[in-house]
Design a protein around this ligand. Structure first.
Ligand SMILES: Nc1ncnc2c1ncn2[C@@H]1O[C@H](COP(=O)(O)OP(=O)(O)OP(=O)(O)O)[C@@H](O)[C@H]1O
Ligand SMILES: [Mg+2]
Length: 320
């Protein structure tokens, strides 16, 4: 089930809404590599959703271009474009009178797939988002919890194997534990399918956890676009620094021991070592120096290894 992702090239995009003297998106350029997970992060009203919606043409920019694998989004009819782009929003938007199965199979049905192929696909997808097909396929959305509805929303968005997936605060309405599970789900799907994902959030910890690259926006513009590690270590402006602090991530790093975040020795190459009783803040310093993976030791003996991904994981685990 590998569909791969598409490269998305956003160039000089400007959006202003009628009747407003302020631009909602004010000259944004951003390239996402195929298979990249880009998080758009910033305060309410900064233009995240508007920018996202220019990609599937729910919003038409005043100027600028968006290309998916080199092709201008204006070159195909909007409906055809949207069938090729998954879209998940906070208010899940499932059709209330249709079963879970029909909701998930909606786009394949529109694309004219054969019934048997749709049915098989729906069951695969429900299993992928950890909903037992036999139990859930025939239920109505109102017979599901909020978190289960979100999962159906994700399954529906990826049903036709889109090469681009747009997620606008998809997990805003669920509790911290379910949110972590859904984040894991999404990361697993991302790894399995290689889909290019744009993920909007105003939760710093969610951004740090999910992103290959975080794009910090403010007042319609990009303030900084960088890896989570770079944003933590080299915030470009005081605003970004405050934003990162708001997530408490760095403070929390001091509270977590390396041994509680490490993984078992797996033969991966390491460039330096750290004691298991050290804190993740110490480890972060090593990563900032360019170390990719640390050997973790106890009285000099190897007990595991630690990468920046493990640090991110540990940060997120302390949220719940
Ligand atoms: N349909 C619309 N008509 C007029 N103005 C709009 C419309 N949608 C958004 N705006 C305005 O455009 C700006 C950007 O809105 P947008 O929804 O993109 O922000 P956002 O970053 O997604 O915010 P939030 O985190 O609250 O969802 C805001 O000032 C908003 O009021
Ligand atoms: Mg929004």
């Amino acid at each position: 089930m590998t569909s791969g992702g598409a490269a998305v090239d956003i160039s000089d995009v400007v959006v202003s809404y009628p009747g407003s003297d302020r631009r909602a998106v004010d000259g944004v350029s951003l390239e996402a590599a195929a298979g990249e997970l880009v998080v758009l992060l910033g305060p309410s009203g900064c233009g995240k959703s508007t920018l996202l919606r220019t990609i599937n043409r729910l919003v038409v920019p005043d100027s600028g271009t968006i290309r998916i694998d080199g092709e201008d989004v204006r070159s195909s009819p909007p409906e055809a474009l949207r069938r090729g782009i998954g879209y998940v929003i906070q208010a899940v938007g499932l059709f209330p009178h249709m079963s879970v199965g029909r909701n998930v199979g909606m786009v394949p049905e529109l694309l004219g797939w054969e019934r048997a192929r749709i049915d098989a696909r729906v069951d695969d997808l429900l299993a992928l988002v950890q909903l037992d097909p036999a139990r859930y396929r025939g239920r109505l959305p109102r017979e599901l919890s909020g978190g289960e509805q979100q999962r159906v929303g994700v399954a529906r968005a990826i049903a036709a194997e889109p090469r681009v997936l747009l997620m606008d605060e998809p997990f805003g309405a669920v509790d911290a534990i379910v949110r972590l599970a859904l984040q894991d789900e999404t990361l697993r799907i991302h790894r399995a399918l290689g889909t290019t994902i744009f993920f909007v959030t105003h939760d710093v910890d969610e951004a740090l956890r999910m992103a290959d690259r975080i794009v910090v926006m403010n007042a319609g513009r990009i303030v900084q676009a960088d890896t989570p590690l770079r944003l933590l270590s080299h915030p470009a402006t005081p605003y970004v620094e405050r934003l990162m602090d708001a997530g408490d991530a760095v403070r929390r790093l001091r509270l977590i021991a390396v041994r509680d975040a490490m993984r078992a020795p797996d033969g991966a190459a390491t460039q330096a070592s750290i004691d298991g009783d050290g804190t993740l803040r110490d480890a972060l310093s090593a990563f900032l120096d360019g170390v990719e993976r640390l050997a973790v030791t106890d009285a000099g003996a190897p007990i595991g290894s630690l990468g920046f991904d493990d640090v991110r994981h540990a940060i997120a685990r302390t949220v719940a």
